[in-house]
Write a protein of this length. Sequence first.
Length: 321
Amino acid sequence: MAEPAGKIGIIGSGLIGQQWAMLFSSGGFEVVMYDKDKNALAAALPKIEKQFSDLSKNNRLRPSPLTAAQQLQRISVTDSLDACVSGCTYIQECVPESLELKEAVMKSLDSVISPSCVVGSSTSTFKPSLFTSKCDKRARMVVAHPVNPPYYLRLVEVVPAPWTDADAVDLCVSLMRQIGQAPVKMSREVDGFSLNRIQYAILNEVWHQVDQGLISPADIDVVMKEGLGPRYALMGPLETIHLNAHGVRDYLQKYSKSILAVSQTLDAPVLMDPESKTASVLQSHLEKEIPLEALGERTAWRNLKLAEMAGAKSADPLYKA
């Protein structure tokens, strides 16, 4: 087995931390996972081993020169922050989505990382300036937001704070490509980054359509699964419109007025109250389709299908990430 490509630190041993560890080990890195919760830490490696085993049985491991067993050997755990970060070129923060917690973790890392080390945060919505401003090494800290589950979905949003070094961003992007992810680089920070701004716009319209009785919850999912979703999964929204006419300019000449007219009828965002009638309608429908006790089984099915989709894309020479 070849020597490790370098050392990566993972802060947090939950699902996201576990999957980051799997990704980096598949890329040939030595991975050290830190957590102050010793019970969570003790459970992490067995869970990772099971995930590797299941993926291997279904022939869905990420492409790697290492076997599942060899990848697992590259991952270790520790409850010592110093031991985790010592010698790391990159650290991925994977603690729960709490601004106060992330700020505290970054402050702790600030005092122990080397000046050249880059720290990426897995936060899904917080701008990096909100939790790195008090750090002396804040110029080495970025957002590296994955999509859940990261092992099966390749997107990583790399988002700088106003003070982030350009080479820190470039190192993060390069590293993500090295482990087979598909990073996108945002020019500046904005609430929700790119993915969640798009996702939340969709969810707001979904909420309004169900709330106003325009369509059933079941049919809303059909709209995405059998309409928008397959095209977007292969091509994205821009190539979709490029192919739906004789290029994007022709599409806009034909449809831009209709797009504006429909868009002007869209309702403003509202709080999606979990105690509202609409939330009850959604919950009733979804629990009928997938009872809460079946969520684990359904999630496992989802992960397998996402892995199959990723494999089909990677095997197709015409697919463009």
